[in-house]
Design a protein around this ligand. Structure first.
Ligand code: GLP
Length: 239
């Protein structure tokens, strides 16, 4: 595990962007694993800038970590719409090659279909990860099995509280999501994680220095041979 404590959030973000752009330059038909959340908004802005400077995503295929259950792809708060608004509609990655689990329909079927699609096109060359305040990766909440595959997971109260800001006041929030499993994530050839700010310090400490345990799903990255974690000083405070 390579842990890089950067001087600032901006530097950590830039280095995450650079890791992804290097991957796509080296292998234009890379299979990327993509993430959502507030932290990633600046990463996608950086990737759009790289595209404007000449980087093509035309041959890339991408698989997102997760999607809320019950939201159609065109719902303003679905992760499918997040990806279109913040990335896909601004680059040359064909929208049909940017895959997310289906938020509508039978969640078990959607999860099985997503696993099958990853198996057909994978392995994922580079998986981008954020980190939940409670140590989740994707939506693998605490107590997720370390060998889990894509499935529906109920969202924990911490996650509901953290993500409510993306939903309007009084707007009902999905109570569960379909997420790649921890085992699915660990199948990626390489992992790059970006975690910023003091809200993440406790989870960063548990992930890097704590025991491998289902109560800190992110600690599973300790098992991976090729993982780079970019953090800023605030996120590194507990190390
Ligand atoms: C969300 C996503 C995760 C993301 C995490 C951190 O709930 N499902 O993939 O990494 O929470 O999000 P943020 O960057 O907004 O703190």
């Amino acid at each position: 595990m390579r842990v890089v404590i950067c001087q600032s959030a901006a530097e950590a973000t830039e280095r995450t962007v650079a890791t992804i752009t290097r991957q796509v330059r080296a292998k234009p038909d890379s299979v990327l694993g993509l993430a959502t959340g507030g932290t990633m908004e600046a990463v996608y802005a950086g990737l759009i800038a790289a595209h404007q400077a000449g980087l093509s995503f035309a041959q890339v295929r991408s698989f997102n970590l997760d999607e809320y259950v019950g939201l159609p792809a065109d719902h303003p708060h679905s992760y499918a719409m997040y990806m279109r608004d913040r990335f896909v509609d601004h680059v040359d990655l064909p929208v049909a090659r940017c895959h997310l689990p289906a938020g509508q329909g039978d969640p078990a079927q959607a999860a099985a279909d997503f696993e099958a699609l990853i198996a057909a096109h994978g392995p994922i060359d580079l998986q981008l990860l954020g980190l939940g305040r409670n140590g989740h990766i994707g939506f693998n909440e605490p107590a997720s099995a370390l060998t889990s595959r894509t499935r529906e997971k109920a969202l924990s109260q911490t996650t509901l509280d953290a993500n409510r800001r993306f939903f309007g006041p009084g707007m009902p929030m999905p109570q569960s999501a379909i997420t790649m499993g921890i085992g699915t994530i660990l199948d990626a050839r390489k992992i790059v994680m970006l975690a910023l700010g003091s809200d993440k310090a406790e989870a960063v400490q548990a992930m890097i220095e704590g025991p491998l345990r289902a109560y800190c799903p992110a600690s599973a990255v300790q098992l991976h041979r090729h993982v780079t974690i970019f953090i800023d000083p605030a996120a590194a405070a507990g190390l």
